[in-house]
Design a protein around this ligand. Sequence first.
Ligand code: NAD
Ligand code: MG
Length: 388
Amino acid sequence: MTQPRSITIFGATGSVGASTLDLIGREPHLYEIAALTANSDPLKLAELAVRHRARLAVIADESRYAELRDALAGSGVEAAAGPAALVDAARMGADWTMAAIVGCAGLEPTLAALEGGRTVALANKESLVSAGELMMQAARASGATLLPVDSEHNAIFQCLAGGRMEEVRRIVLTASGGPFRTMSRAEMAQVTPEQAVRHPNWSMGAKISIDSATMMNKGLELIEAGHLFPIGLDRIGILVHPQSVIHSMVEYRDHSTLAQLGSPDMRIPIAHALAWPRRMHSPATPLDLARIGRLDFESPDEDRFPALRLARQAGEAGGACPAVLNAANEVAVAAFLERRIGFLDISAIVERVLSGYSGKKPAMIADVLEADRQAREAARQLTESVKA
Ligand code: NAD
Ligand code: MG
């Protein structure tokens, strides 16, 4: 009998958290849950922590601590709250950590998990966008294994097993194009949050669903890929592929292109990261290409989706620009979800915050957090000056 592996899940109540717990719950004898965390839903967190026999449950919002503690009374699960408790949970040193908090809020716990030198499965792309260099440095220094969970990056990681990094000519990130792929700008100006969160292929949290609709998600993924697979952003292309069957591709210098395919179900890349370097059984629907019938491709349109251009510019500029892009986007997406601004205002606000920024290259996490704070403030002012 092998020892069960200890697992911590940041963002356990979210979409990626649920998919991860679904896989773990099917073979519970293989795993031991060290900690589960959530932002502001203590009852759901407590229910998951009890069901999966976690040692610790952490709620980020300190004002909800008493509810969590009461819900866990007598269960044997310890309760904790606040951002520092999240970092402490990361430092418990689980064998495998899922980083699935949404947004830059995940940066400090994800970094702390990387500093622990174990295996970190990374879904929280915003942390890598904001502080990619510092995170990759931390992983190298501690010897941590960083496994990409974002489906595109997981696909690239799998395709890279077919050659060596120095033999790669180009990486192609595929993009579904989101729910507004064929819409004009005039039509997009009218869309509601309900329309924007309805992704054609994937079921995901609200923020990433809006990012898919603006295509900022693909822009963030471009920057993410630049850190995980450092071949230069100019050699990472984006290809719109509406069916989301090919999750990304790697072209080698002999012009052989490898692709990874699968149903659009996050349990496939999560299972890859959970079992790596082995393979496990997955409950996801097997791919049926005969039923799908055809796969389509088109070039991305940066005029209708300016977020793509902004993200590439921020990625190429480097320094704190990606953190500023990300923070402005987080604020603008939240304002759109609350109907305070229109859909097209999201990218317009990001563009204005970016063009007004002239900060220095972050040398440490405190610098990233300061750039993030300034960009949030600038974006908040702009959301107030816009009428939805
Ligand atoms: P979600 O909104 O469903 O869940 C987010 C989780 O983070 C929840 O558990 C929430 O409680 C927690 N959280 C939110 N704000 C927090 C804060 N301030 N402090 C601490 N915890 C907080 O989001 P999701 O769709 O599961 O996405 C999670 C991450 O994975 C995102 O970075 C997203 O881009 C990435 N991702 C998601 C998918 C997907 O299919 N959902 C695919 C690829 C990548
Ligand atoms: Mg993705």
